[in-house]
Design a binder for this molecule. Structure first.
Ligand code: PMP
Length: 410
């Protein structure tokens, strides 16, 4: 069992009052808090080892380089891939833009198709809209089942000559639903279709072997897995390292530079032009160690138990409508979206804040999904490893209060 009380000691930010009430932080899908170990790693790096990497022969430069490359190995082991398949980026958005421009654009012919779903975060939609426009390709939407998963049977009728890439989320940041990636990959790879995955909402909530999933690329952000902002990872399978063109040209990524042309380093370095976020990459390894020390299976069990009570509790509040109520194995990532009848989500979120509870209200960067759900916005509660059952219960109680407050006025 997860020792949540001990874990909370590592997150002093949680131990504060907001609006005179103990803080309940349920906005973890937006960003997680950072444990002392990660913050301390940033401080240690800047106080003891700070130097630019790869170029210097002096001791500090070597230490910084070693730590940066060691971090790459730790991230690779974490998701079960080779270290040269880990490209450091500034986050999921940067990783997806890199894939669109470096890997996919050179492969597209006018009339080719790119497939996404209507559940995508704008970060995994807008780059593909833009690429489709530039390449005269067509953006198509995957057929979905009533439970918001890709309809595998309906995929069979797609024109597999035209369809070149499927860009899809692993887990929805609005509904918490997981997509059946194994089956999608099995179908897509039979037809030489690339599968590129936005793993932003999966990475901190389940055990994962990206190698076993056999996707072509998988992107995630450090700040949603208890790590710093400004750092992310794009896994790119080695089989695509030759085809993919560098995207950022300049220092760090070159091998030799002549007057009118240059040649480039091998992957992953040819994809990391300029000084990378060194401190953040090193501290991200610390957040991986933190997750591993507690164990993702155990974290998952804890979060699933909380999610179950959260969903059941909300279902019992009259006037609350959940946006999706799938089986927990498809939505045990601690993300629950809902609305309270007759209350605008922004008003409700403000009322929660007055009770010390941080949740999200809005379209969650998923406007096409809002249209599908036929709502302008939703409330979203999202959990992390440091949340407690008492917090969930208090949250349900507050939901009742919020509902009554708006029903009868103050
Ligand atoms: N995809 C999903 C599913 C997300 O939830 C987010 C962050 N809300 C992103 C992509 C974008 O991540 P970032 O802003 O860290 O690049």
């Amino acid at each position: 069992m997860l020792n949540v009380e001990q874990i909370r000691q590592d997150f002093p930010i949680l131990d504060q009052e907001v609006q005179g009430e103990p803080l309940i932080y349920f906005d973890n899908a937006a960003t997680t808090q950072k444990p002392n170990q990660v913050v301390q790693q940033l401080v240690d790096y800047y106080q003891k080892d700070n130097a630019n990497i790869h170029r210097g022969v002096h001791t500090l430069a070597q230490r910084a380089t070693e730590q940066y490359e060691a971090s790459r190995q730790i991230l690779a082991d974490f998701i079960g891939v080779q270290s040269n398949e880990i490209i450091f980026t500034s986050g999921t958005t940067a990783g997806i833009n890199f894939l669109a421009r470096s890997l996919v654009q050179p492969r597209l012919q006018p009339g080719d198709q790119i497939m996404v779903t209507r559940l995508e975060h704008h970060s995994n939609l807008v780059p593909w809209q833009e690429l489709a426009r530039r390449s005269q390709a067509e953006l198509v939407f995957a057929p979905m089942t009533a439970t918001y998963q890709v309809d595998l049977a309906a995929l069979q009728v797609m024109d597999t000559n035209k369809l070149k890439v499927i860009a899809i989320q692993h887990v929805s940041n609005v509904l918490g639903i997981q997509q059946p990636l194994e089956a999608i990959v099995a179908w897509a790879h039979q037809h030489d279709i690339l599968v590129l995955v936005d793993g932003a909402q999966a990475i901190a909530h389940q055990t994962l072997s990206v190698k076993e999933l056999d996707v072509d690329a998988y992107c995630f952000s450090g700040h949603k897995m208890y790590g710093p902002t400004g750092i992310g990872v794009c896994y790119l399978a080695e089989r695509w390292h030759e085809d993919a063109q560098p995207f950022n040209f300049g220092g760090e990524m070159i091998h030799q530079v002549f007057d009118t042309y240059s040649n480039y380093k091998e992957a992953p370095w040819k994809f990391e032009g300029g000084t990378p976020p060194i401190a953040q990459a090193i501290a991200l390894a610390e957040s991986v160690k933190y997750l591993q020390n507690h164990g993702l299976m155990v974290i998952r069990q804890h979060e699933e138990a909380l999610t179950r009570v959260l969903i059941q509790g909300l279902q019992q509040v009259e006037g609350v409508t959940l946006m999706a109520e799938g089986p927990l194995d498809q939505m045990g990532h601690g993300i629950v979206s809902y609305n309270i009848d007759g209350v605008h989500p922004h008003d409700a979120a403000t009322a929660y804040d007055l009770e010390g509870i941080a949740i999200r209200a809005g379209h969650h960067c998923a406007q096409p999904l809002m249209r599908l759900l036929q709502v302008p916005a939703t409330l979203r509660a999202s959990l992390a490893m440091y949340n407690t059952m008492a917090e969930v219960e208090s949250f349900i109680e507050t939901t009742r209060k919020v509902k009554e407050y708006f029903q009868y006025g103050a």
